[in-house]
Design a protein around this ligand. Structure first.
Ligand SMILES: Nc1nc2c(ncn2[C@@H]2O[C@H](COP(=O)(O)OP(=O)(O)O)[C@@H](O)[C@H]2O)c(=O)[nH]1
Ligand SMILES: [Mg+2]
Length: 321
């Protein structure tokens, strides 16, 4: 029988994680069905749990990686089936192959290894009989925050930087593009508020398919929406599934529309099907490198040019012209 276990504390996910209040044996806030009482007691004593599950994080778990610095958040935005999850899974495999070294970077850990593995598992060649497949569909009933995948990466100076990559269901973005206040837009608004860089995914298959007019219209709405919220944050348009040929006119029209709304936007064309011999030269890796190298947009406060450099007297002193 399945146990109906829950904790009445908002931010506690016991038994998936350790008890939020640190109770090692029996917490009064933790309830379970009466006939599963024994199983529940066992759950408290089965060794020490970690405070996180290793799966994609929700916004509550982010506290475990955001304590030191706000993680750099990569917002992956695009319609359903556009290839967002496949892109993340393929990136994880590139990181696993040690490709970051070729860019002077080093993998330095992840709090969501199990989540990355879930995305990437299907993309691996396990044996000759089971060729790689694509990740499972990202469900839209997963609350109001996207699944967040975490990486810590060290740069050449051995300084570490935390990254969060959003894996969100495409349905949210359709609603969000049409109406920013839509209740169905869920975590799309979270991404709009919190992302430090935006990757807009253009699905080549949809833009070359039977329903390409509709796909183009949806992409246009999405680009418009990102243009209104991105401010100075970097944006890239990512054409996925480049093994599918898109009509030149369609491509030109989308590119023109992109640059009209977001003049500084970058464009990348990728696919994760053709195994490229030289992976470090692939656009898939170049996109990862570009994304990791983006900086948070900061407001620059002009230094005061005063006669005194003592911070205590800086504001009262005379200014140089
Ligand atoms: N031909 C081709 N199909 C792809 C590629 N990447 C993803 N797909 C297809 O796109 C589907 C949806 O991918 P997924 O990553 O789940 O899309 P998401 O809904 O945006 O997360 C997959 O089942 C594949 O059929 C690619 O590079 N080439
Ligand atoms: Mg997905």
């Amino acid at each position: 029988m399945t146990t109906d276990v829950s904790c009445n504390q908002d931010f506690c996910f016991f038994p998936d994680t350790s008890c939020h209040l640190g109770n090692a044996a029996g917490c009064p806030n933790f309830s379970k069905q009466a006939d599963d009482q024994d199983k529940g007691n066992a759950t408290f004593t089965e060794g020490r749990r970690l405070a996180w599950t290793g799966m994609a994080m929700g916004h509550t778990d982010v506290a475990y990686v955001a304590g030191n610095n706000k993680p750099f958040t990569v917002g992956v935005i695009g319609p359903e089936n556009a290839g967002k999850t496949s892109l993340l899974g393929a990136w994880y495999l590139l990181v696993g192959k040690g490709l970051l070294n070729s860019a002077g970077l080093k993998f330095a850990g992840s709090r969501t290894l199990a989540g990355w593995e879930t995305l990437a598992n299907g993309l691996r060649w396990t044996n000759a009989k089971t060729p790689p497949s694509f990740p499972a569909h990202t469900a839209s009933n997963s609350g109001r925050a996207p699944g967040l995948l975490h990486l810590t990466i060290n740069n050449e100076g051995n300084l570490s930087k935390d990254y969060l990559f959003t894996d969100a269901p495409g349905e949210w973005f359709n609603h969000w593009a049409n109406n920013v206040e839509s209740k169905m837009a869920g975590g799309a608004c979270w991404i709009a508020d919190n992302a430090d860089v935006f990757l807009i995914i253009a699905d080549s298959e949809a833009l070359a398919g039977k329903d390409k007019g509709n796909a183009r219209h949806e992409l246009q709405l999405l680009i418009n929406r990102v243009a209104t919220i991105c401010r100075a944050r970097p944006v890239a348009l990512v054409w996925t599934k480049s093994d599918v040929q898109v009509d030149e006119n369609m491509r030109d029209a989308v590119q023109k529309m992109l640059l009209r709304h977001i003049p500084a936007a970058m464009t990348f064309t990728i696919n994760i099907v053709d195994g490229d011999e030289n992976l470090s030269q692939s656009t898939l890796f170049k996109l990862l490198h570009w994304t990791l190298g983006c900086n948070r947009t900061k407001t620059i406060i002009k230094p005061l040019q005063a006669t005194s450099q003592d911070p205590l007297f800086l504001f009262g002193s005379r200014y140089h012209e």
